[in-house]
Structure formats: structure tokens, C-alpha cells
Design a binder for this molecule. Structure first.
Ligand SMILES: [Zn+2]
Ligand SMILES: [Zn+2]
Ligand SMILES: [Zn+2]
Length: 207
């Protein structure tokens, strides 16, 4: 297999050539993910409907949490499915986030279709449907890029702290080695002195 070929491969879904890749630090390693997988792996950090990344997690009265995963949705963004809306009471119904509700759900469409003409020759600019797809994917891309940036900033801070800790450890180890050398040197001098003063004692101590 050509290693060049898999340089951009998503570590989660295995997509060999995602349109965009994001690098995140996880479990003391770096992972390269496509936009959709990055968002699915960081569900607790953004609202899956408006795709806004949380600066502060919304308070309990303003959010709804998925039954299956840590995904948090703004209560204002939540739209109950029409079928259950009729039957459900005013109480907040059980909620599953879009990726949990639909296994084929994707936050990011990798197919950027040009908003010009389709096969029938119609131009889609009027209804705006093509531009909505693009807008959602662009919003997902921005959310993913923001999450990856925060993650890498945290990783950099963590690695810097680690590096400082390792430097201090290395300094301490060096100091201890130096002290040990001094002690060893003293012992050698003492032994030499005692050998000079009492040559017979050396044989006894050797045994
Ligand atoms: Zn992926
Ligand atoms: Zn929202
Ligand atoms: Zn979920």
C-alpha cells in the first residue's frame, strides 16, 4: 500500500480522501478525522441543530440532552418530530440527537454540488436548496475547525506543561547524579586513604 495514499485518511470512518481533515489530540496521540467524524466524536461541545459550538454549556433549563449520547441541544433549537408532537404532553419528550436518531446522518456533506444546472437543465438558484446544503456543510466545517482548534490549544498547553515537568525532572535527575558522583568520589578517596594507612584491611573488606 502506498503510504502517501492514506495520509489524509479519517481515523474513525476510514474515508481515504475526505474533503477536509482535522487533527485532534486524544489519549496522548494525534488523530486525523473528517469533518463528520470530528463532530460525532465531540457531540457534547456543540448543538447538533444550529451547529454552534458552546462557549459555556447551556444551563439545564435551556438544553435537552440525548438519551443515547452526551449530545446537548439548545431547547430553542429542538423541534419535536411531528408524529410524536400530536400525542405527547407538554412535558419534554424523550429525545435522541440527529446522529443517534439516524445511523446514516452526516453533519457534513462531502459533495459540494455547484449551484448551476442539474441534468434537466434547471437552475437551482431560485429555491435556494443547493445553497442551504452548502451553508449547513460550511457551518459544520466551521464548528469542526473551532473544536479542533480548542482541542489543539489545550493539547499544546498540556504538552508544554508536560515538557516543563520533564525538564524539571531531568534537572533533578542531573542534580542527584551529581550528588551521587560526589559521594562516590568521597568513598573512593576514603577507601584509598584507608588502604594507604592499613594495607591488610583491603583484603578483609574484599571478601
Ligand atoms: Zn470520518
Ligand atoms: Zn442550537
Ligand atoms: Zn445522541
Amino acid at each position: 500500500m502506498n503510504p502517501e495514499q492514506n495520509r489524509r485518511q479519517c481515523a474513525a470512518c476510514g474515508e481515504p480522501e475526505p474533503l477536509f481533515t482535522h487533527t485532534v489530540h486524544k489519549n496522548s496521540g494525534f488523530r486525523q478525522l473528517c469533518t463528520d467524524c470530528l463532530l460525532k466524536e465531540h457531540r457534547e461541545l456543540f448543538c447538533p441543530v444550529c451547529l454552534n459550538v458552546f462557549v459555556d454549556v447551556p444551563p439545564p433549563q435551556a438544553r435537552i440532552i440525548c438519551l443515547n449520547c452526551p449530545s446537548i441541544t439548545h431547547l430553542d433549537c429542538y423541534r419535536p418530530p411531528s408524529s410524536s408532537a400530536a400525542s405527547s404532553s407538554s412535558a419534554t419528550p424523550s429525545f435522541t440527537c440527529p446522529p443517534c436518531s439516524d445511523p446514516n446522518f452526516s453533519f457534513f456533506s462531502s459533495k459540494f454540488r455547484p449551484p448551476s444546472s442539474d441534468q434537466s437543465g434547471e437552475i437551482n438558484n431560485d429555491d435556494g436548496s443547493e445553497s442551504i446544503v452548502e451553508y449547513e456543510s460550511a457551518t459544520a466545517l466551521i464548528a469542526a475547525a473551532n473544536i479542533a482548534a480548542v482541542n489543539m490549544n489545550n493539547a499544546a498547553a498540556h504538552l508544554k506543561k508536560e515538557a516543563v515537568r520533564k525538564i524539571l525532572e531531568a534537572k533533578l535527575a542531573k542534580k542527584r547524579a551529581k550528588e551521587a558522583m560526589v559521594i562516590l568520589h568521597d568513598l573512593v578517596l576514603k577507601q584509598k586513604a584507608s588502604e594507604k594507612g592499613n594495607p591488610n584491611k583491603r583484603k578483609a573488606s574484599d571478601r
